[in-house]
Ligand binder design. Structure first.
Ligand SMILES: [Zn+2]
Length: 239
């Protein structure tokens, strides 16, 4: 979904019903959508130029608003194929540390996950922020029950990780994110957790068995700094 569009030189959400403007990425006509219940956004009259566009709500808006306007919803094009997608957040564009942050509220298949990683990681470091909630499935409950920082704590580069077991019946969710090629963060009840990547897991005593995974807790500030490339040395590019 597109929350921001350029109107008279300003990137912003719609102010009222009936507003129109042009998509900077594809040149298509955009019309305003001002729902009573959900966030205001723009709709492509002829279909979204980003085929991965998904419904968004207050969770997406809340996170996008944490970043400067010029970092939100950045259109990127694959130079070879012409494929076009909008990064939810892109920090440090044009620098070697440029980081794409994808905000994931709905569940996606491993195939979708991989194709987005392939696209964004061509020229950027990539982070996922996965919203863990219980609206459509039981992952939220399973995650809450799984949290265990006491049984197997491991310190790496100043961060204390807990190695824990997924308590849900299906391990598909955690296994999919464990195998991500981008760094994965979970947003659970307002707390941010970093999920040890395959390479970080090795340094924590892994590889971990099926259903086992390691998390560390980040403050909101540490997470923001990680995205903006100022801290969290584990997440240096190639780290
Ligand atoms: Zn467009």
């Amino acid at each position: 979904m597109m929350l921001y569009a350029w109107v008279d030189g300003v990137s912003r959400p719609p102010l009222s019903k009936g507003e129109r403007t042009t998509c900077r990425d594809c040149g298509g006509l955009l019309t305003s959508v001002v729902p009573v219940e959900n966030v205001r956004h723009w709709r492509h009259k002829a279909g979204d130029c980003d085929s991965w566009s998904e419904p968004e709500g207050p969770w997406h808006l809340g996170w996008k608003e944490q970043f400067d306007l010029e970092c939100r919803e950045i259109g990127l094009v694959d130079a070879l194929t012409g494929e076009r997608h909008r990064a939810d957040v892109l920090c440090g564009a044009g620098t070697p540390q440029a980081t794409v942050l994808e905000l994931q509220h709905s569940s996606i298949s491993a195939d979708e996950q991989r194709s987005r990683e392939n696209f964004y990681q061509q020229a950027h470091r990539m982070f996922w922020l996965v919203h863990i909630h219980s609206e459509a499935n039981f992952n939220g409950y399973s995650f809450g029950f799984s949290l265990d920082f006491g049984s197997r704590p491991v310190v790496l580069e100043g961060h204390t990780y807990g190695v824990m077991r997924w308590m849900g019946r299906s391990k598909q969710f955690i296994e999919k994110w464990k195998r991500a090629k981008a760094h994965v963060f979970f947003d659970y009840q307002g707390h941010v957790f970093y999920l040890a990547s395959e390479s970080v897991s090795l340094r924590l005593g892994g590889p971990f068995k099926k259903g086992e995974f390691a998390l560390c807790v980040l403050t909101h500030e540490q997470f923001m700094q990680a995205v903006k490339q100022r801290d969290f040395s584990t997440l240096r590019p190639n780290g």
